[in-house]
Design a protein around this ligand. Structure first.
Ligand SMILES: *[C@@H]1O[C@H](CO)[C@@H](O)[C@H](O)[C@H]1NC(C)=O
Ligand SMILES: *[C@@H]1O[C@H](CO)[C@@H](O)[C@H](O)[C@H]1NC(C)=O
Ligand SMILES: *[C@@H]1O[C@H](CO)[C@@H](O)[C@H](O)[C@H]1NC(C)=O
Ligand SMILES: *[C@@H]1O[C@H](CO)[C@@H](O)[C@H](O)[C@H]1NC(C)=O
Ligand SMILES: *[C@@H]1O[C@H](CO)[C@@H](O)[C@H](O)[C@H]1NC(C)=O
Ligand SMILES: *[C@@H]1O[C@H](CO)[C@@H](O)[C@H](O)[C@H]1NC(C)=O
Ligand SMILES: *[C@@H]1O[C@H](CO)[C@@H](O)[C@H](O)[C@H]1NC(C)=O
Ligand SMILES: *[C@@H]1O[C@H](CO)[C@@H](O)[C@H](O)[C@H]1NC(C)=O
Ligand SMILES: *[C@@H]1O[C@H](CO)[C@@H](O)[C@H](O)[C@H]1NC(C)=O
Ligand SMILES: *[C@@H]1O[C@H](CO)[C@@H](O)[C@H](O)[C@H]1NC(C)=O
Ligand SMILES: *[C@@H]1O[C@H](CO)[C@@H](O)[C@H](O)[C@H]1NC(C)=O
Ligand SMILES: [Ca+2]
Length: 385
């Protein structure tokens, strides 16, 4: 199995790349030009018609923020009332998905209401809110899938504050910083040893350079619109990296964060034959983020369902489990749902970690044969070594 895993990992390395150079001034470190008078010494500067922000067009109330509490200890923008910024970048390469990760910071103190942030591409939109208890630091990484674009197509990225009906003048307006665009192949290398695509979660949003808290992924009902390739999301999950969390295989895994309602992830198999038996195997554990408690994860595969429990001491564990099922159709639904509401001592929501999800046939006629494509990649892999 390890060789298969390495081949898949290599395929993903080939098919995805993180790039910060799609966007100009993605970290807002190039200051606005033509600022009025001696504004540079102030923490918040209102941008007006006489000002330009390199790389960006803006409208409404937009302030340039200088603060040591930002992800890069530098500068960011706050989108006030009707505040909007946008930038167009050009797609490079064909059949790639453009996935944005950015830092969201709550703006202001003692606010009674918080305005949300809307993030849009030419044909996509998501709304984000800063939420307490989702990270140890005072900002959160979020992601949005800008969709699939062909070489040379312009992608206009728009970030906008959401107006709120409130008489209160103590509104917290969202601050955004460190935008990162990652491209991911739409057709990931298919592993004939696994009837699931992206079962190891290696394909997902990019991690921000100074982030230790992973990337939050909010509910997204469609596999195509998800920032986590081929998986839809219920509730909220945290996309975690091996640099900062316990990840049993590869560079990334999923931590499920159930809150008042269950959270989880869902996908579908490809090419399962109705009536054939399969084994769904996965690693369930904890992400080494001091999450102590009992995890209960409901696993569904086709019409089979089972609850798996794990006692976590929060120090990074992982155990392989399996669930045998009979496929009800060619695309059997596979889902992992957590019911456990767990928090760290610092009141940060946490939960079970899932990785290495594999579906393979059990006996019968559906045997595994590597395709010629995989053989080529196996050779390439050997060559790389
Ligand atoms: C510039 O800053 C100084 C001190 O911070 C202040 O006294 C002065 O009024 C400011 N000038 C303008 C034009 O805002
Ligand atoms: C800078 O401000 C002056 C007026 O203060 C204006 O005439 C000029 O067009 C501005 N330049 C830019 C690049 O916005
Ligand atoms: C922009 O610059 C012009 C010319 O200096 C000035 O009259 C105007 O008040 C400035 N606008 C703002 C919003 O500062
Ligand atoms: C990371 O944080 C340090 C200190 O806060 C800052 O100097 C550095 O520029 C940041 N790096 C990036 C890539 O944002
Ligand atoms: C922002 O969007 C407008 C259209 O809504 C467009 O004209 C403008 O060029 C965009 N700005 C940038 C920097 O891409
Ligand atoms: C927020 O509240 C604290 C405590 O009540 C107070 O000390 C602080 O000045 C307030 N901040 C603002 C910006 O009003
Ligand atoms: C969130 O964390 C704060 C402390 O940081 C704590 O006071 C609060 O109770 C927590 N909220 C929930 C819903 O647990
Ligand atoms: C708005 O702010 C002013 C002072 O800045 C205060 O007197 C007033 O009570 C505030 N209104 C509301 C609805 O908070
Ligand atoms: C799993 O646990 C949940 C919550 O305790 C329960 O609602 C559900 O019926 C259980 N499912 C199975 C298959 O045991
Ligand atoms: C935590 O659990 C792991 C295995 O589940 C065990 O090896 C380790 O000793 C435990 N650590 C503590 C501090 O209990
Ligand atoms: C399914 O996979 C699990 C985990 O690898 C294994 O323990 C179990 O024996 C497998 N079941 C069958 C029927 O092969
Ligand atoms: Ca910045």
């Amino acid at each position: 199995m390890t060789i298969w895993f390495h081949i898949i990992f290599l395929l993903l390395l080939v098919s995805s790349c993180v790039s910060s150079d799609f966007l100009e001034n993605s970290d807002f470190e190039s200051p606005p030009s033509n600022l009025s008078s001696n504004a540079s010494s102030s923490a918040l500067v209102l941008l007006d018609q006489n000002t330009t922000l390199p790389g960006w067009t803006f409208e409404g109330i937009v302030q340039y923020v200088t603060s040591p509490d930002l992800p890069d200890s530098g500068h960011a923008v706050q989108l006030g009332e009707d505040g909007k910024i946008n930038q167009t970048f050009i797609a490079r390469g064909d059949d790639l998905n453009y996935i944005l990760t950015f830092a969201l910071i709550p703006g202001g103190e003692n606010c009674s209401v918080s305005a949300d942030l809307s993030v849009s591409g030419p044909d996509s939109n998501s709304v984000f809110s800063y939420r307490q208890n989702y990270s140890k630091v005072s900002w959160q990484s979020y992601s949005h899938n800008l969709g699939k674009w062909g070489n040379g197509e312009p992608i206009n990225l728009v970030l906008e504050s959401q107006t709120i009906d409130s008489e209160s003048n103590s509104t917290c307006w969202p601050i955004v910083d460190t935008l990162l665009i990652k491209t991911v192949g739409v057709t990931l290398g298919q592993d004939s040893g696994n009837l699931l695509t992206n079962g190891g979660f290696e394909s997902g949003p990019g991690f921000l350079p100074n982030s230790t808290e992973g990337v939050l992924i909010d509910a997204v009902p469609s596999l195509i619109q998800s920032a986590l390739t081929q998986w839809s999301v219920i509730g909220t999950v945290r996309y975690i990296d091996s640099d900062h969390f316990h990840v049993p295989e590869g560079k990334a895994a999923i931590e499920i964060l159930a809150d008042t309602a269950p959270s989880g992830i869902q996908t579908a198999t490809r090419d399962t034959s109705e009536g054939s038996r399969y084994n769904l195997t996965f690693t369930l554990g904890d992400a080494n983020d001091a999450c102590i408690g009992q995890f209960v994860v409901n696993v569904q595969a086709g019409s089979a369902a089972q609850n798996f429990t794990l006692q976590s001491n929060g120090t990074g564990s992982g155990e392989k489990f399996g669930l045998v099922f009979v496929a009800d159709k060619a695309a059997a639904q596979i889902s992992f749902t957590s019911y456990s509401v767990t928090m760290t001592k610092e009141d940060v929501l946490c939960g079970p970690m899932i990785d290495g999800v594999i579906v393979h046939p059990l006996g019968g006629t559906a045997s595994l044969k590597p395709t010629w494509l995989l053989l080529i990649f196996a050779l390439l892999y050997v060559a790389v070594l």
